[in-house]
Design a protein around this ligand. Structure first.
Ligand code: ADP
Ligand code: MG
Length: 476
C-alpha cells in the first residue's frame, strides 16, 4: 500500500502527523481516537523514533496491533530503517533523568536538554515547572489524573476532600497529608491531581512528586557519588514534597533515615508534605517508630474499597475520557462483575472497547461476556453454579437433585429459580450455560427466573433477606 503523503525530507513532527492521518484512514475514526490520538511523539532524531503512551496496557496493545503498521509507514518514508519504540510516560522515568517535555503548548515547558541525548528520558508531554525541571526531581504527571476526573463516592469522599484542601490551601494545611488504601483505589490519581492543581494555581511553589522507590534510587546514587549534600539541598528546597507508595522504603534503614531527616527539615521550614501508602502509618510496622509517629501528626485519610456505584461512576468517567459511548447495561455489567478496584474496571473497559472497535462488534453485554471471559473466570473461581445449587438446596431443605429435576411444584421450583438468579448474579456464565446446569433448561427459563426473583424480592422483604443472606454466604 502506498501512503497518501510525500515521502520527502519532511521534519519528524510533520511526518508523524502524516502517519497519523494515514492510520486514521486505515483504522477508522473511532479506533484512531482511542489508540492513536493519545500517542505523543517524544523524540525523532537520528535513526530512532520514540513514541509515548499513557499506560503500560496501551503500550502493549498499540505495539501488538499497530506497531508493525506504524513501523512500516516510517520505513516507507525513509530507506534507512528507523526503529520505533513505544514508551510509557510514567513507568519510564528513569531515576537519573529529568523529565522532558517536547511540546511547547501553553503550560508545558519545553525541555532544555536534547531528548535524543538520553534514551530513557523521553516522555509524553507533561506539566513540569521550571524549578522542578531544573532540579530534575519530579516525575511526570499523568494528564488524566485530575480532580475533575476523580469520581467521588462514599468510599473516598474524605480522602478527596482532604486532597483538595491541601491543593487549594495556598499554604501548609495538614502536614503531612497521609493517604492510604488498597491497590487501585485512587491514591496516585489524587496525588497527581494535587500536584497539578498546585502547579497551575500557585506556580511559585515548587512541587515535587515522585515514588518512594525513586526517592530511594536518588538517595543511593547520591551516596555512591558522594554527593549527599546536594541531594539534601535539592530536596530541602521544595515547597510541596509528595512521595507515593511510602511503604516501599519501610525496612530499608538508611533510606528511611534520610527520608526522616528530609521530612523533618521540610516540616520545620513550613513545606507541605503529602504521602501515600497501602497501609496506615500505624500498620507500617517496619517503618520505625519515629517516622510513624510523625506521619500520624498530620491528617491521615483512607480510601475504602469501591462500591458498585463508585465503580459504575468510574466506568462512566473513563468511557467519556475515551470518547466512546458505552451502553449503560454494559457498564453495569462490568461494575457488577469486577468488584475490586478502579484499575481493574478500567482495564476491563479498555479491553472491551479495543476489541469491539477492532473487530467491529457492538458494545453489548454479550461482547463483554465474551471478551472478558478469562478475566471474569478469575472472579468466578470464588463461586460456581454447583456451589450455588448446593447452598440454595440446603437452605430451602430440598434435595440437590431437584435443581435439575423437571418437577414444577412451588416448593422446589422457587428455590431452583433463586439458584438461577444467584448464578446469573454471581458468575459470568451466560443464560444458556446456566440453563444447561439446571437440567438442560432453556435460556428463556433462566431469564424468567431472574425476573421472577427480582419481582418477589421487591414485593416481599423476608424473601429478599433470604436471597441476600444466600448471596452473602456464597460470596464470603
Ligand atoms: P492506587 O495508586 O491507589 O493504586 P491509582 O490512583 O493508580 O490507584 O488508580 C488506578 C486507576 O483507577 C487509575 O486509572 C485511576 O484513574 C482509576 N481510579 C481509581 N479511583 C478512581 C476514582 N475515584 N475516580 C476516577 N478514577 C479512579
Ligand atoms: Mg499508586
Amino acid at each position: 500500500m502506498t501512503a497518501a503523503y510525500e515521502p520527502d525530507d519532511v521534519p519528524t513532527e510533520e511526518r508523524w502527523k502524516q502517519i497519523r492521518g494515514q492510520l486514521k484512514k486505515e483504522f477508522g475514526a473511532s479506533a484512531y481516537r482511542t489508540w492513536v490520538e493519545p500517542i505523543t511523539l517524544c523524540s525523532g532524531e537520528g535513526a530512532a523514533v520514540r513514541l509515548g503512551v499513557p499506560t503500560r496496557f496501551m503500550r502493549d496493545w498499540i505495539q501488538n496491533h499497530y506497531g508493525d503498521r506504524i513501523r512500516a509507514l516510517w520505513k516507507e518514508d525513509e530507506p534507512t530503517f528507523r526503529s520505533v519504540d513505544f514508551v510509557v510516560a510514567e513507568a519510564t522515568v528513569g531515576v537519573d533523568e529529568a523529565p522532558v517535555a517536547l511540546s511547547s503548548r501553553e503550560g508545558h515547558v519545553p525541555a532544555a536538554s536534547s531528548v535524543a541525548a538520553e534514551p530513557a528520558a523521553a516522555q509524553e508531554t507533561m506539566f513540569v515547572p521550571r524549578s522542578a525541571r531544573i532540579d530534575g526531581l519530579s516525575a511526570p504527571l499523568d494528564p488524566r489524573y485530575t480532580f475533575e476526573n476523580f469520581v467521588v463516592g462514599k468510599p473516598n469522599e474524605f480522602a478527596y476532600a482532604a486532597a483538595k484542601r491541601v491543593a487549594d490551601a495556598g499554604e501548609v494545611s495538614f502536614n503531612p497529608l497521609f493517604l492510604y488504601g488498597g491497590v487501585g483505589l485512587g491514591k496516585t490519581h489524587l496525588m497527581h491531581a494535587i500536584a497539578r492543581r498546585v502547579r497551575e494555581n500557585q506556580p511559585l511553589r515548587s512541587v515535587v512528586y515522585l515514588s518512594a522507590e525513586q526517592f530511594m534510587h536518588r538517595f543511593i546514587r547520591a551516596l555512591r557519588q558522594q554527593d549527599t549534600l546536594s541531594f539534601k539541598e535539592q530536596f530541602r528546597s521544595v515547597d510541596v514534597l509528595m512521595v507515593d507508595d511510602i511503604q516501599f522504603i519501610s525496612g530499608k534503614e538508611s533510606t528511611q533515615e534520610e527520608f526522616f531527616h528530609t521530612f523533618n527539615a521540610l516540616v520545620d521550614q513550613g513545606s507541605q508534605i503529602v504521602l501515600s501508602a497501602d497501609k496506615s502509618p500505624t500498620d507500617l510496622e517496619q517503618l520505625g517508630q519515629r517516622l510513624r509517629s510523625r506521619m500520624n501528626c498530620g491528617l491521615v485519610a483512607d480510601l475504602h474499597p469501591t462500591t458498585f456505584e463508585l465503580r459504575l461512576g468510574i466506568l462512566e468517567s473513563k468511557a467519556e475520557q475515551m470518547k466512546v459511548e458505552v451502553p449503560e447495561p454494559v457498564l453495569e455489567f462490568i461494575a457488577h462483575k469486577i468488584t475490586t478496584n478502579g484499575r481493574e474496571v478500567e482495564g476491563a473497559l479498555t479491553r472491551l472497547v479495543a476489541h469491539a472497535q477492532l473487530v467491529g462488534r457492538p458494545l453489548s453485554v454479550e461482547t463483554a461476556q465474551d471478551v472478558l471471559r478469562d478475566l471474569l473466570r478469575a472472579y468466578d473461581k470464588r463461586v460456581t453454579i454447583e456451589e450455588i445449587q448446593k447452598k440454595v438446596a440446603e437452605h430451602f431443605r430440598i434435595r440437590l437433585a431437584e435443581m435439575q429435576s423437571q418437577r414444577r411444584a412451588r416448593a422446589v421450583a422457587r428455590p431452583r429459580q433463586v439458584a438461577m438468579y444467584l448464578a446469573k448474579q454471581l458468575t459470568s456464565r451466560s443464560l444458556p450455560d446456566i440453563g444447561s446446569c439446571f437440567g438442560g433448561r432453556d435460556h428463556t427459563t433462566v431469564m424468567h427466573a431472574v425476573r421472577k426473583v427480582e419481582e418477589l424480592m421487591a414485593a416481599d422483604c423476608t424473601f429478599a433477606e433470604d436471597v441476600d443472606f444466600l448471596r452473602c454466604m456464597l460470596e464470603a
